[in-house]
Design a protein. Structure first.
Length: 174
């Protein structure tokens, strides 16, 4: 099974949902962009082009890693398409070899989105942008995923167990 992407609004509960899916025994892969920022490797505000290129290269490697393919899903926190949208939003260009990659077949056809959820949104050391920027990101992502042939489904708000069950039921895994 191809990796299943959970994307959407920053601060909408993606990482918490990924942790719940891991707790239930599913393979998961954390958000690469947050790890890059946490490690001090790149700052998306100071150098968005470098950040997008660095994360995009790692997203391609992750999508093609055989450990993330096979029986049962691996749930990804974001994807290469998120970086393509980020680069476009910031006016950055991905390097030619990355920009030429067609990610339309990397992931499971259904992509799950966490919608904006102001009540749980918080800024932190890796998420430095505000809610308005997160909501603009969500709108951009909602437009770009279908361009690559993916079907976007918003995950209803609710407790994390209900959200994880929704994802698994939608995929026919529960």
């Amino acid at each position: 099974m191809k990796p299943v992407v959970i994307s959407g609004c920053s601060g909408g509960g993606k990482s918490t949902l990924i942790a719940e899916l891991a707790r239930r025994g599913y393979r998961t892969s954390a958000e690469i962009g947050r790890a890059v920022v946490a490690a001090g490797e790149a700052d998306p505000a100071a150098n968005p082009g470098y950040f997008a290129a660095l994360v995009a290269a790692r997203e391609i490697k992750r999508a093609l890693d055989e450990e993330n393919l096979g029986e049962g899903p691996t749930f990804f926190d974001r994807s290469l398409i998120d970086q393509i949208a980020f680069a476009a939003r910031t006016g950055s260009a991905l390097p030619g070899e990355l920009g030429a990659v067609a990610p339309g077949d990397f992931y499971h056809q259904t992509v799950f989105f966490t919608p904006p959820w102001p009540e749980i949104f918080v800024q932190d050391t890796e998420r430095r942008h505000d809610l308005a920027e997160a909501m603009a990101e969500y709108v951009d992502l909602h437009r770009i995923y279908p361009r690559f042939g993916y079907r976007v489904i918003d995950i209803p708000r609710g407790d994390v167990k209900a959200r994880a069950s929704f994802v698994l039921e939608t995929l026919g895994l529960a």
